[in-house]
Design a protein around this ligand. Structure first.
Ligand code: ZN
Length: 498
């Protein structure tokens, strides 16, 4: 997903980045012009009329960008987007792209070939600017319901700039297209395999690679890779995300102390960063981090903070264009915070709000736990039986087994105990952290039957209350932002939620 800095709808913050880049380009070209040789005209690089257009539309050049090529830099796609004229914006964006590709060939490549140091500078500008235009183009292909055609556009643009940084950006955009728009992670992983990760210092590309390829890494490799991403990153949300992922990596090998310390310092740094550097996704991660740290340390103040952060997302006055899934999910998290603050009744209130928007298996599972805690195990059992396990994400099955365990420990009912044992046994868990917890509960359940002692039960219930959700997607790895926001562009430009 695109994590570039917001640029649209913020005129008060000065000219947008691309305008600055363009100015720099123009300045550079005019410097060159003032010297003896004038720069080459972009017309010297025009394709043949019947060739495919430079913009990757698949349309012949003469029928696409040819006639208005020189209007490229002034095509005004952003203004058209603001006016919601997406078809016109797409045409304008293609024009801008074609013009820029030719300008790169006419102005930057000759400087590079001449060994002029300005060439290298201009090359970096071109890579950033063209990547940004590609981001807009992707958005417009989505808005005009032809996002399936965007993959071939990227393929066409591979050769626009001959530089590994450009090749990496294309690989990342291709991977995002495969995974977000085509829901095909195996092709996304394939795209990113082209990246030479050892020589890459683009944090977003490395993060993209990590999210597709971390599964096969050892703990040591994982930690080293995450640290590299953090070192290369300048974006506060990316830094928070990967410091969180680092903390979780330690937690998953049962090193709670290191995990807590890492979470605490990640949260502090993000909170200390300037308002301009914060973002909506960053704030989302902050809420998650506070929740995780609060749960880890059983610290109610942190959980209270987390609750108010989650609450901010659903406050109507913030006008965040959330999907029903996200509206439901954030309310569930509010409920989860209340449950951890030992307020099961108000937690149930939030879960009911969440379920009223859309029925997420996890909300049903958590509501069952809260029902058990207020002494309504029968209602809880009914609700658990209603959960559609087949539609639940696989990581929810862990929570599902935990809820049955809590129910069994509470009711001492033989059938409940059998269900809990079989759910715990069926968990396919690889991470030591999960395995330890599961075995701990399984053993206690086995011991509990048939002569339960109240002490054992208390232990189970206490350890389950300290249980926290952790799954590979929890901390934004592979999170599909499309599932959270009705308008992904809003994320790029989004208001701060605090
Ligand atoms: Zn074109």
């Amino acid at each position: 997903m695109n994590r570039r800095k917001p640029v649209r709808k913020q005129p008060s913050q000065g000219p947008n980045r691309r305008q600055l880049l363009r100015k720099e380009l123009a300045k550079s070209v005019s410097i060159q012009r003032s010297e003896s040789s004038s720069p080459l005209s972009i017309d010297a690089f025009r394709p043949e009329a019947d060739d495919d257009c430079i913009c990757g539309s698949g349309i012949r050049f003469k029928d696409c960008c040819s006639s208005k090529l020189h209007e490229g830099p002034f095509a005004g796609e952003r203004r058209l987007i603001d006016q919601e004229q997406f078809d016109e914006a797409l045409t304008a964006c293609r024009l801008h792209l074609s013009w820029y590709v030719l300008a790169h060939q006419a102005h930057t490549v000759p400087l590079l070939n001449a060994g002029d140091p300005q060439g290298a500078q201009l090359l970096s500008v071109d890579i950033d600017a063209l990547d940004e235009i590609l981001g807009l183009l992707h958005f417009l292909y989505r808005k005009t319901d032809q996002v399936d055609q965007f993959g071939p556009v990227l393929e066409e643009l591979h050769s626009a700039i001959h530089d590994s940084r450009w090749a990496n950006r294309i690989a990342l955009r291709e991977a995002n297209w495969w995974s977000i728009d085509r829901n095909d992670n195996s092709n996304a992983a394939k795209s990113l395999r082209r990246v030479d990760v050892f020589n890459c210092s683009d944090a977003e590309v490395l993060a993209g690679y990590f999210s597709q390829h971390s599964k096969g890494m050892t703990f040591k490799e994982r930690v080293e890779f995450i640290k590299r991403i953090i070192d290369c990153a300048s974006d506060q949300e990316l830094i928070l995300q990967y410091r969180g992922v680092l903390a979780i990596s330690y937690l998953l090998v049962s090193d709670r102390e290191t995990a807590s310390r890492l979470f605490r310092s990640a949260i502090e740094s993000y909170r200390l960063s300037s308002a301009e550097d914060k973002s909506m996704f960053g704030d989302h991660l902050l809420a998650q981090s506070l929740f995780l740290l609060g749960s880890l340390e059983a610290d109610k103040d942190l959980i209270k903070d987390a609750e108010s952060c989650f609450q901010t997302f659903v406050n109507a006055e913030n006008e965040i264009p959330l999907t029903d899934f996200a509206k439901s999910d954030y309310r569930m998290m509010v409920g989860r915070c209340r449950a951890l603050m030992e307020e099961p009744e108000t937690a149930i209130g939030a879960y009911d709000e969440s379920l009223g928007i859309c029925v997420l298996p996890l909300t049903q599972i958590y509501k069952s736990e809260a029902l058990i805690n207020i002494g309504q195990p029968d209602t809880a059992r009914d609700l658990l039986t209603e959960v559609d396990k087949a539609s639940a994400p696989v990581e929810n099955l862990h929570d599902y087994a935990v809820a049955w365990t809590l129910l069994a420990a509470t009711t001492q009912n033989q059938a409940d105990i059998e269900t809990a044992k079989s759910e715990l046994k069926s968990l396919e868990t690889l991470e030591p952290y999960f395995a330890q917890q599961r075995d701990h509960w399984l053993i206690q359940l086995l011991e509990t039957v048939p002569n339960a002692k109240s002490g054992t039960l208390t232990n189970i219930i206490r350890s389950i209350n300290r249980y926290i959700i952790l799954n590979p997607n929890f901390f934004g790895l592979g999170v599909n932002l499309n599932s959270l926001l009705t308008d992904l562009e809003h994320k790029l430009d989004g208001p701060k939620v605090r």
